[in-house]
Design a protein around this ligand. Structure first.
Ligand code: NAG
Ligand code: NAG
Ligand code: NAG
Ligand code: NAG
Ligand code: NAG
Ligand code: NAG
Ligand code: NAG
Ligand code: NAG
Length: 372
């Protein structure tokens, strides 16, 4: 362990001069595809050759091969420097990301990906979590990469065996993770593009069963009432990840609609008014989405949960459930991703749902769409 002190000065000097691009060259057997792709984006290559305080999450050759075989469209990505630059920027973290940074409580470091591919102040984020004692990364659609190798002792380069998915715009993400009722409701209330273009936001997104539970009321809502209800689910100008929400017993947040909502924690569970967060921290192009099991009611800001109960009473008095999923006429999920189920904070074990191979997305579909 005292070896460091014995390093000859010359060697130490050489080590300190080592840049990320030099480390890439040393790992050429595993990273030659990435190295050749980086030649196509000189600005980023330059950053990697000179910057000191960054971490490269370097997809292996196999990661690119898998991406191409799962989605032939990703070949376009490899030849479009602007789109490629976007995808690769999402693989560079600001700051050093140490192996010890991976704990059961997730952290969300910034990447170099910014506008127009992300509307997130300080750069798009990525989730780092120790799940099942495995260092895991979660990117767009909560897709997991849990096969990371800490390649060099200085924590500036880690090898990953799948290409990260750039978080998609809000409406696209909601549609792809099967929240069709919310997509339909936002469309009906003409809030779809407005909410997707906000800079920084946190959305509490009711599941389809949540909308079914207030079904008898849903059909009779005016567009204005619906817009008020949906606006009550969105916290503008702030990206609030679960660890921040779990940090206090109670947090009051102002919504787009104007009324406050109350976040309460119960152990590792989070409640928004009386709704339970059933899937936390889904990264989107302009912030974060937490999926909840009840529709929130801006006229019922005092609704409180019964944490012991598996399901909560609807926050709308006198409603009855319906079998048909409200607002979904004409709405189909574009493709369906099964997000990874990760416990909000730790102690529990996560479960990676099987992702149907047919729907594996090009990691860069979002950036391709933005440059086409
Ligand atoms: C590791 O990083 C530190 C500061 O960021 C630097 O002083 C040191 O020389 C680096 N070591 C290697 C092996 O690159
Ligand atoms: C890196 O590997 C690729 C593919 O195997 C090869 O074509 C290239 O010459 C190698 N580069 C270096 C610097 O070894
Ligand atoms: C390195 O980057 C991180 C994250 O951007 C920042 O918090 C930290 O101050 C930086 N450290 C240095 C030495 O520049
Ligand atoms: C998507 O939602 C519909 C309606 O709630 C449901 O029948 C279907 O099983 C869901 N699909 C997935 C993959 O979760
Ligand atoms: C929301 O809560 C803040 C305190 O956190 C309070 O000052 C404000 O009046 C509340 N707004 C409404 C509409 O109740
Ligand atoms: C960023 O905002 C613009 C509108 O200002 C929107 O068109 C675009 O889809 C957003 N991008 C992402 C990745 O969310
Ligand atoms: C408010 O929500 C509670 C459930 O938390 C429900 O029992 C009650 O009926 C609701 N009140 C109104 C006025 O909608
Ligand atoms: C974590 O471990 C549990 C049980 O030990 C297992 O069911 C689950 O699939 C594992 N999750 C991951 C992401 O490996």
């Amino acid at each position: 362990m005292y070896l460091t002190y014995l390093l000859p000065l010359a060697l130490a000097a050489y080590a300190s001069a080592q840049s990320l691009t030099e480390i890439l060259a040393q790992n050429n057997a595993t990273l030659s595809t990435l190295t050749s792709l980086l030649q196509l984006v000189p600005d980023l290559f330059q950053t990697l050759s000179t910057a000191q305080n960054i971490t490269l999450l370097a997809p292996s050759n196999e990661a690119f091969t898998n991406l191409l075989s799962r989605n032939p469209r990703s070949a376009e990505l490899m030849t479009n420097p602007r789109a490629l630059s976007g995808v690769l920027q999402y693989h560079v973290l600001s700051g050093k990301s140490l192996s010890t940074d991976f704990t059961t409580s997730p952290i969300f470091p910034s990447t170099l990906l910014s506008t127009p591919f992300a509307n997130v102040t300080g750069g798009q984020k990525l989730q780092l979590t120790l799940l099942n004692e495995t260092a895991s990364l979660f990117s767009g659609y909560k897709q997991a990469s849990s096969d990371l190798t800490f390649a060099n002792s200085n924590n500036t380069l880690h090898i990953i065996s799948s290409v990260l998915t750039v978080p998609a715009p809000l409406s696209q993400t909601l549609s792809n993770i099967n929240l069709t009722s919310l997509v339909g409701a936002l469309t009906t209330a003409r809030l779809s593009s407005g909410t997707s273009s906000l800079q920084d936001m946190t959305l509490f997104a009711p599941s389809n069963p949540a909308f079914q539970a207030i079904g008898s009321a849903a059909s009779g809502l005016s567009d204005t009432d619906l817009a008020n209800i949906l606006g009550y689910h969105l916290v503008p100008s702030r990206i609030l990840f679960s660890p921040r929400l779990l940090a206090q017993d109670q947090i009051v947040l102002a919504t787009l609609q104007g009324s406050n909502l109350t976040i309460r924690r119960d152990g590792n569970q989070l409640f928004v008014n009386s709704a339970r967060v059933i899937l936390g921290d889904v990264l989107v192009g302009n912030g974060v989405v937490h999926v909840i099991d009840n529709v929130l009611n801006p006229s019922n800001t005092s609704a409180t949960p019964d944490p012991a109960a598996a399901t909560q009473a609807p926050a709308f008095a006198g409603v009855t459930p319906v079998a048909d999923i409200p607002f979904t006429s004409g709405i189909v999920p574009t493709t369906t991703f099964v997000p990874v189920t990760v416990p909000l904070n730790g102690a529990g074990k996560g479960a990676f749902a099987a992702v149907p191979t047919g729907v594996m997305l090009a990691a860069g579909a979002v950036v391709l769409a933005a440059v086409m």
